[in-house]
Design a protein around this ligand. Structure first.
Ligand code: HEC
Length: 163
């Protein structure tokens, strides 16, 4: 579990301060979260600073849980949970896309060659249709970067508890 969770935590911090803002100077959770930029590819904060940022302006798991309600109409998250409209999402983070046994994925997602690292997951939740045209997840997307960060953190935390 820790093999997966540690990079998860580090990357969440990366999501939180991908604009390079000093988390201490930005005044805590909401300011830091507001400043999350779309550019996840050019982090300039050192790993230690990222970890500190996570500790001090960490994700809002309660909000993550609230946001996940929108996913629950189609997804279970518990270990061994049923596939419903969409596949069970337990342990999806860090794994190749379309790899849950027993779910019939679209060809588009199967052939996309994605791995659900945090940046990819973030892009998917923001706009699944744009990331993988022709996939079958009919979800409009979460436009708010903080909501996406929180829901990913909630998924990571829930998975970690179950291990
Ligand atoms: C209307 C139903 C629906 C909603 C709402 C929905 N999903 Fe999905 N989701 C799906 C379907 C269907 C698939 C499979 C897509 C395919 O095969 O093309 C999927 C696939 C996924 C995958 C890829 C799983 C894998 O095994 O590769 C992730 C991750 C995911 N959804 C996360 C979410 C999250 C997070 C939310 C809420 C923010 C959400 N989904 C909301 C239906 C939904």
């Amino acid at each position: 579990m820790s093999r997966i969770l540690l990079p998860v935590l580090a990357s969440l911090a990366l999501l939180a301060c991908s604009d390079g803002a000093d988390p201490a100077a930005s005044g805590g959770t909401s300011a830091a979260a507001q400043s999350v930029s779309a550019d996840l590819t050019a982090p300039d904060a050192a790993p230690v600073e990222q970890a500190v940022a996570l500790a001090t302006s960490g994700p809002d798991l309660a909000n993550g849980q609230r946001q996940f309600r929108r996913c629950q109409s189609c997804h279970t998250l518990n270990e061994g949970g049923r596939h419903t409209v969409g596949p069970n999402l337990h342990d999806v983070i860090g794994h190749p896309a379309a790899s849950a046994a027993g779910f019939s994925y679209s060809r588009a997602l199967r052939e996309a060659g994605l791995t659900w690292d945090l940046e990819t997951l973030d892009a998917w939740i923001e706009n699944p249709r744009e990331l993988v045209p022709g996939n079958r997840m009919s979800f409009v997307g979460l436009r708010n970067a903080q909501d996406r960060r929180d829901v990913i953190a909630y998924m990571a935390a829930t998975t970690a508890q179950g291990d």
